[in-house]
Design a protein around this ligand. Structure first.
Ligand code: ZN
Length: 679
């Protein structure tokens, strides 16, 4: 919710293939190789750190130190995803590097793909669906590989590999899901992540954390955020992730680089931010973490910025334990003018939105937004990364201090460029006109949609007194994402966009509408297996909106389902009416949220968001398969090259973009791997 999910990434990676970036950037990246490789359902790309060369030497140093801190936590993410992931990764790497047999055959290729998938997902479960993926080779073949490589090359004994790791890798039913959300089951005992110790039940865990909470505390810490809850001699104990605690070897390295960063900080406020983060890593004190977040929000003037820590809780079915992640970045000053225009007009948008005045905020505050250039991705943001981030997550900090919202434009740009000419639009757009419009406006319109969704949509509206926000339960996330999307969609069709210079002309928003409807009714189905329903909150929200406006506009033929040469298309006939429909649904969704109307939320989601037309689904999958595209993407990082003089002083830092995916993963495993097999 506060983090544009990787689903949004999909939307970009599969929906767009528009190629009209700002000319300045295009010049610099004419020869840039965006595409790296593709395997399984994954595509590996590369992002250009546009503007890095223009940084001062001190700024380059700062980015470099922070980027090293971003890589050092990689092992933590593997261990958090499953307690044997590190041993499995090291076992596979030992085979990959030492196997003396034939490599040019199907079996070894399947082995290689499995290893690449484990790297990509930071473990043996799919990064997005969280289902276990299975090796494409047999257990017999794996035994051959094991036998060929000497015992001492492995992280654990071969006996241990067979006994402990093999069932995890090969048994589809054993620890099948990393994050189980199925209603009615013990979500901790049935989830394969490593956030909860052996045998800790959901009831015990919920009781443990309920007891810590003080209902009168106006500034509660994020209980449980940075620890594993374990049972020791029958008692529940938190094992805190800090220097001297669990994950200490990796956290010490992170702190080492943060201290170097501190020495070259741009200003006092930024120095304070880094100091507080170091203190937090040293103590594990969540009060300090909150102080760090407040200081981070107050740091508005630095050019360079970063996220580094235990941040997002999507990997824990209870939403308490945070995965480790890092994104190092600096401001894209030119593009940030766009988000500044949006922020400075926030009150106008709130006042003019089509919702009931009782549900509107009288005063909108704390909206700060910028467009950034990612310089390094780490932990839960690597290799699959979000395209926008809105932090911090603590409700009281957001209430009292606001939040920072960012759009990572060199990532969206890389998606866009990598999708050029992939045939996707040609397959799913009805007319040449629609394709052209997408080429001309798609990139710009999509970035604007993200900005509006993040910095206005989620922040708009208010709850009625007595409504606390969790009334919608499992439907809450889909409703909230719908609300943010609708806010963006409604305003994209408003003449205010052109007036403010956010869109070039009155045609541009049509590209966004085409795109949204095409995706919501059709192309996002490429991510769903035959027979399954729509599960993920963002996907549900997109289908909800698209199906609702399709149905409500049917008498006036606002959106038309057409068939040409046996292929289905959805064509928008009346864009202005479509905007009105978006406004009507926004008004209703805001009412549902503001009143906490569970029944209405359930009815909307169950009616429009979940079920799929099986015939259309099969058709879409078939058409998609012919394009040979991968529905998920991730990135390799640039490699930082430090130049020094004879005295060891840094004279310059440059970026090397030639490193391949496997090369980078193996290098990280060698040079940035500090944790024992089991933590
Ligand atoms: Zn959102």
């Amino acid at each position: 919710m506060k983090y544009v999910s990787s689903l949004f990434i999909l939307m970009l990676s599969t929906m767009m293939s528009c190629n009209t970036p700002a000319p300045k950037e295009a010049d610099k990246t004419d020869d840039f190789q965006f595409f790296v490789e593709q395997f399984a359902d994954l595509k590996i790309l590369r992002y250009p750190v546009l503007g890095f060369d223009e940084l001062t030497l001190q700024q380059k140093e700062l980015v470099y130190y922070l980027s090293q801190a971003a890589i050092e936590g990689r092992d933590i993410m593997f261990d958090q995803n499953n307690r044997h992931n590190l041993a499995i990764r090291r076992t596979l790497e030992a085979i990959y590097e030492n196997y003396s047999g034939e490599r040019e055959n199907e079996d070894f290729k399947a082995f290689e793909i499995y290893l690449k998938r484990v790297w990509f997902s930071n473990g043996i479960h799919h990064h997005y669906s969280t289902d276990k993926f299975l090796p494409g080779f047999s257990l017999d073949y794996f035994s051959t590989l094991l036998q060929d490589v000497a015992e001492e090359k492995f992280p654990v004994s071969k006996n241990e590999i067979v006994k402990t790791l093999v069932p995890l890798m090969f048994d589809p039913a054993f620890e099948a899901k990393r994050v189980n959300q199925a209603d009615g089951q013990d979500l901790l005992l049935t989830s394969a992540n490593n956030y909860w110790g052996e045998g800790v039940t959901q009831v015990e865990a919920e009781a443990f954390y309920a007891a810590l909470k003080d209902p009168n505390d106006q500034e509660p810490v994020s209980y449980g955020l940075n620890s594993r809850l374990e049972k020791v001699d029958g008692k529940l104990v938190e094992k805190v992730w800090k220097v001297g605690g669990t994950y200490s070897p990796a956290i010490e390295k992170i702190v080492y680089w943060l201290e170097k960063a501190l020495a070259v900080a741009e200003n006092d406020q930024q120095a304070k931010v880094i100091s507080l983060l170091i203190e937090y890593y040293q103590t594990g004190d969540l009060k300090t973490f909150d102080q760090y977040n407040v200081a981070w929000l107050a740091d508005q003037n630095s050019h360079i910025d970063f996220v580094n820590g235990f941040i997002e809780t999507y990997g824990d079915p209870l939403g308490l334990k945070a995965s480790w992640e890092s994104v190092v970045n600096f401001k894209n000053i030119e593009a940030t003018k766009r988000t500044e225009i949006i922020s400075s007009n926030a009150q106008w948008f709130e006042d003019h939105s089509p919702v009931d005045p009782r549900f509107k905020k009288e005063t909108v505050k704390g909206v700060t937004a910028k467009v950034i250039t990612a310089a390094m991705l780490g932990g839960d943001c690597y290799p699959a990364t979000p395209i926008g981030i809105n932090l911090p997550n603590a409700d009281w900090i957001r209430r009292d201090h606001g939040s920072k919202s960012v759009t990572i434009e060199n990532i969206t740009y890389a998606y866009d460029r990598a999708a050029e000419g992939n045939g996707f639009l040609e397959e799913f757009c009805y007319s040449e006109e629609e394709i052209q419009r997408q080429h001309q406006y798609g990139f710009q319109a999509d970035n604007l949609h993200t900005d509006l969704h993040e910095c206005l949509g989620h922040g708009s509206g208010q709850l009625l007194p007595g409504v606390n926000g969790d009334e919608l339960k499992a439907y809450g996330a889909s409703i909230e994402e719908s609300r943010a999307d609708l806010f963006a969609l409604y305003y994209m069709g408003d003449s205010k966009m052109v007036e403010l210079g956010l869109l070039p002309d009155a045609e541009a928003y049509k590209a966004a509408y085409d795109d949204y409807i095409r995706n919501g009714l059709m192309t996002q189905l490429t991510r769903i297996k035959p027979g399954d329903d729509v599960e993920q909150a963002h996907m549900r929200n997109r289908q909800l909106i698209s199906k609702w406006v399709y149905e409500k506009g049917q008498t006036e033929n606002v959106i038309e389902q057409k068939v040409k040469d046996g292929k289905t298309y959805f064509v928008v006939n009346d864009y202005k009416k479509l905007q009105t429909l978006f406004g009507q649904l926004l008004s209703e969704i805001q009412r549902v949220k503001s009143e906490g109307d569970f029944d209405a939320a359930k009815l909307l989601v169950e009616t429009y968001a979940v079920k799929i037309d099986r015939t259309l689904h099969d058709e879409v999958l078939e058409r998609y398969a012919t394009l040979n595209l991968a529905p998920y993407s991730g990135f390799v990082n640039p490699k930082y090259v430090v130049e020094k003089d004879a005295d060891g002083n840094i004279t310059n830092i440059t970026l090397d973009y030639t490193e391949a995916y496997t090369e980078q993963m193996l290098r990280y495993s060698k040079e940035h791997s500090w944790l024992p097999n089991v933590n």
